[in-house]
Design a protein around this ligand. Structure first.
Ligand code: F6P
Length: 429
């Protein structure tokens, strides 16, 4: 039997010393404060970092933090579940930062997560950690003493606390905004892995984001229900769905839910063409029509509909209003009974579908594998049926738009759905 302490006692005891001071002590809730006063803290910064890294290599234990940012999406809890369970099986510690980066600013908002804390959450909507779309740490608006709004950068503080708390990696679950923030932290030296979330499905470099399938199912179910009431009254029903500047939700739910017209931001629409389609339906004895309008749909004159800037700290305008406008124009031009409704946040609520649940669980488990492989500043992505790593910078370069030559758009046109443009393929001569 070879005893390492006998072979090289100096290396052995120094190794133990380093592991104790830099791994055991900092991770211990009560003893960690004593770390402040170790002699090694007086060493030059570079040397401290080198010793720390060396010590980390000696241990397999890792400390991971997860955060959920931006608008919630069904499947967030399933990602958290998969991360917690995967890490637990490796003997790693997992923490959750509440409300985006909240846990890095207030220790009360940094919560240790054990399997018992995430029991059964894979099937629930929302996020147990809370989320915000007003929390960009690089430009945070705060009120100064004079009551004026000042924009400050608190990213240094967050990075410092990330290092002080001894985390090895941050798994950031979010859409393009949250991932752009995570990427900036990665550039500052924080080991980050991104997980693509958004009901809008507008992230590049992944076939799908989780949350989208659930939103589409909810919208399709709503459309199914509208048919009977629209038919009973020979009405036009205009349904506004979410999706920001991409028409994915409108396209998928519109085709599956039997819409006559689908308006998406990728195809500017002419209201005359929309009315033409409704009249054409009448001519062919279909006395009711269903119109699905993506909230980001634009008229051929470039008119876009929004409800203003929204809350302090929110970077984007609140989209909305197109459904109401389209309904009013249809009523005016065709004199048909027309009603509009906004599906809104219903699309973000409820349990994730099986597809989203499975995708989210796969994303979470893959993210932990990426931590092990040190594939930082990358996002987990679905490519065909595989989990792959793509640089976050690539994923956030631009928003994924509906491809107008895709089979889905062609299918819609072939079965007679109008996009409010002059392409009349599929319409009865
Ligand atoms: O990005 C997701 C999303 O639901 C968009 O589809 C929508 O425009 C936006 O968030 C709504 O944001 P909020 O919940 O802040 O109103």
């Amino acid at each position: 039997m070879i005893f390492p302490e006998k072979v090289c006692p100096v290396l052995y005891y120094h190794g133990l010393y380093i592991v104790f001071w830099f791994i055991v002590l900092p991770k211990h809730k009560y003893l960690s404060s004593y770390r402040q006063s170790t002699l090694l803290d007086y060493l030059p910064r570079g040397m401290q970092v080198a010793i720390k890294n060396f010590a980390k290599e000696l241990t397999v234990m890792k400390k991971i933090v997860i955060s959920t940012g931006g608008g919630d999406a069904p499947g967030l809890n399933a990602v958290i579940y998969a991360v917690v369970h995967s890490c637990y099986r490796k003997g790693w510690e997992v923490y959750g930062s509440r409300n985006g980066y909240g846990g890095f600013l207030d220790i009360e908002d940094m919560v240790r997560l054990f399997p018992r804390d995430v029991e059964g959450i894979y099937s629930t909507g929302g996020t147990i950690l809370g989320s915000t779309n007003k929390g960009n740490p690089f430009s945070k608006p705060v009120k100064n003493l004079a009551g004026e709004i000042q924009v400050i950068d608190i990213s240094d503080k967050i990075l410092r606390n990330f290092n002080r708390m001894g985390f090895d990696c941050h798994i950031a679950i979010g859409g393009d905004g949250s991932l752009a923030i995570a990427h900036r932290f990665a550039e500052m030296g924080m080991p980050v892995i991104g997980v693509p979330k958004t009901i809008d499905n507008d992230l590049e470099k992944t076939n799908r984001t989780f949350g989208f399938d659930t939103a589409v199912s909810t919208a399709t179910e709503a459309l199914d229900k509208l048919h009977s009431t629209a038919k009973s009254h020979n009405r036009v029903m205009v349904v506004e769905v979410m999706g920001r500047d991409s028409g994915w939700i409108a396209l998928y739910s519109g085709i599956s839910g039997g819409a006559d017209v689908i308006l998406i931001p990728e195809i500017p629409f002419d209201i005359e063409e929309v009315c033409e389609k409704i009249s054409d339906n009448e001519l062919h004895d279909k006395l009711y029509s269903i119109v699905v309008a993506a909230e980001g749909a634009i008229t051929i004159d470039g008119q876009k509909f929004n409800k203003g800037k929204g809350e302090l700290g929110r970077e984007e305008v609140i989209l909305g209003g197109v459904g109401e406008w389209v309904a009013a124009e249809i009523r005016k031009r065709t004199e048909k009974d027309t009603r509009s409704l906004v599906l809104g946040h219903l699309q973000r609520g409820g349990s994730p579908t099986t597809f989203d649940r499975l995708l989210a669980l796969r994303f979470g488990a893959a993210a932990v594998r990426f931590v092990e492989g040190k594939i930082f500043d990358h996002m987990v992505a679905l490519n065909d049926s595989q989990m792959v790593a793509v640089p976050i910078a690539e994923a956030i370069k631009m928003r994924k738009k509906v491809d107008l030559s895709s089979d889905k758009v062609l299918t819609a046109r072939d079965i007679g759905i109008c996009f409010g443009d002059t392409d009349t393929r599929g319409q009865i001569e």
